[in-house]
Design a protein around this ligand. Structure first.
Ligand code: ZN
Length: 452
């Protein structure tokens, strides 16, 4: 795991900037045009997950509502209020792919799948949209592919430092056309955990279309709405995800591009992703046909499943608040490990601040160190401080609950012996609160079957 400092200077947006940025409200489905969207989940108002305030600044984060609308035609979940991209992804954006083992192993698997399905990658042209620090391009380049990336945030500098060619801009039809003019049409256009991050669906599709040669393969990997519902991951609905996709959604994406979904699979990464290969070959794998028909049955229950998340969230809030109160009574204020952006949602829902969690610790070199967790005065510090403490036996809260085993192994490897308490652990939530309208068993079996 790399621990080098990012060379990029921190130029965080100002309070005046955030105050000038308002969310756009949608009233119809951005993918299929359906104007009858169903209210599905309301998480209240939250700070932006990457609005990290330096420890010497007193400003407060601006909050924006999180309300999810569901389209029962193309089975896509939408943020009702969409925060503009320049507020969500400023140059100072702090996330870097290289710090999460789960992300890197998922990327390795994606590259292997591309090679197995479409042959040797040597000399193939790969465009990574939202390439962050170039971690995925590193892996494609190792197989001999010729890569270039698009990245609107300061992470582009990290990728360039490694020698990658990166366009430091947002993905637009104009940029796509310029890339084709300069580099030609790519053999692969890849989005990993990015397709859900891009606002304005029609512009996104037009940008993709501008890149495609007849033989170009579009590879998209994202959170799967079915996994989010079955595993209760309501915290994935943060502002950076204007849309969350089902398998049906990608049939609509393919249709809009006049292509076909050639293959679909469900990697385990991040608690359950969907990975689709969209192309023009006219071939689809038998697994894709099976998967599509199973998904069609299961995805019919998604609207009810989304609404059940409210019940699960309330149940979680009640038992987790009680658990934290008991831990603080017994041990005093707690330490916490890792700050994935989505944790800002959970901290706000629990109303947790420094009285409960004194500090949260991130890997040395993380650009999040030296800031407050959004919406709180909980400082983010380096793991070096955590592991240098005299007592490594106190309980510790894991804010990166979705990669719980990775965090637990890492703490153990570094000598931490205290009990690790995941901030969200829906397996301990009372399942009797759930209705039977969505067949969770069937969907879970399907994800396990088709997941690798
Ligand atoms: Zn729709």
């Amino acid at each position: 795991m790399s621990t080098e400092e990012s060379p990029y200077p921190i130029l965080a947006p100002s309070e005046a900037f955030y105050n000038s940025v308002d969310a756009r409200q949608i009233s119809s489905c951005e993918l299929c045009g359906n104007s009858h969207l169903s209210p599905a989940l309301n998480l209240g108002s939250h700070p932006l997950c990457d609005d990290l305030i330096p420890l010497d600044e007193r400003r407060e984060c601006r909050s924006y509502p999180i309300e999810i609308l569901y389209c029962d035609v193309c089975r896509t979940a939408h943020q009702k209020y969409q925060v503009p991209k320049n507020a969500l992804f400023p140059m100072s954006y702090h996330y870097r792919s290289r710090f999460t083992r789960d992300v890197l192993s998922g990327m390795g698997d994606l590259v292997t799948q591309c090679e197995q399905r479409y042959g040797c990658l040597a000399g193939k042209k790969v465009l990574d949209v939202g390439c962050n620090d170039g971690s995925l391009m590193d892996l494609f380049a190792k197989r001999g592919a010729v890569c270039w990336g698009i990245e609107p945030t300061g992470a582009a500098v990290d990728a360039r430092t490694k020698g990658h060619v990166v366009y430091n801009d947002f993905f637009t039809p104009v940029l796509a056309e310029m890339i084709v003019e300069r580099q030609g049409q790519p053999d692969f256009v890849v989005f990993t955990n990015v397709f859900a991050h891009i606002e304005n669906m029609s512009s996104l599709l037009a940008s993709v279309e501008a890149l495609l040669a007849p033989a170009t393969v579009l590879v998209v990997e994202n959170h799967y709405l079915g996994s989010i519902i079955t595993t209760g991951q309501f915290d994935t609905f943060y502002h950076e995800h204007p849309r969350t996709y089902s398998a049906t959604s990608f049939q609509y994406v393919a249709r809009a591009l006049e292509r076909k979904v050639e293959h679909i699979e469900f990697p385990n990464r991040y608690g359950g992703n969907i990975r689709v290969f969209i192309g023009n070959s006219g071939k689809t794998t038998s697994r894709t046909s099976d998967s599509t028909s199973v998904c069609d049955i299961e995805e019919a229950g998604f609207c009810d499943g989304l609404r059940e998340l409210t019940v699960r969230m309330e149940s979680w809030r009640e038992y987790k608040s009680a658990e934290f109160d008991a831990l603080v009574d017994a041990h005093g204020p707690l330490k916490a490990k890792a700050f994935p952006g989505r944790a800002a949602i959970l901290l706000r829902l629990l109303g947790v601040d420094r009285e409960t969690i004194t500090s949260v610790y991130e890997k040395p070199g993380s650009m999040k160190v030296g800031y407050y967790a959004p919406g709180t005065r909980i400082p983010i510090k380096s793991d070096d401080e955590l592991f240098a403490a005299d007592d490594l036996t106190q309980p510790i809260v894991n804010l990166a609950w979705h990669i719980s085993s990775e965090i637990k192994e890492y703490l153990t490897e570094n000598g931490y012996r205290g009990n690790v308490v995941d901030i969200l652990d829906l397996s301990s939530c009372d399942s009797s609160v759930l209705s039977s309208s969505l067949d969770h068993t069937l969907l879970t079996k399907h994800v396990n079957t088709y997941g690798k």
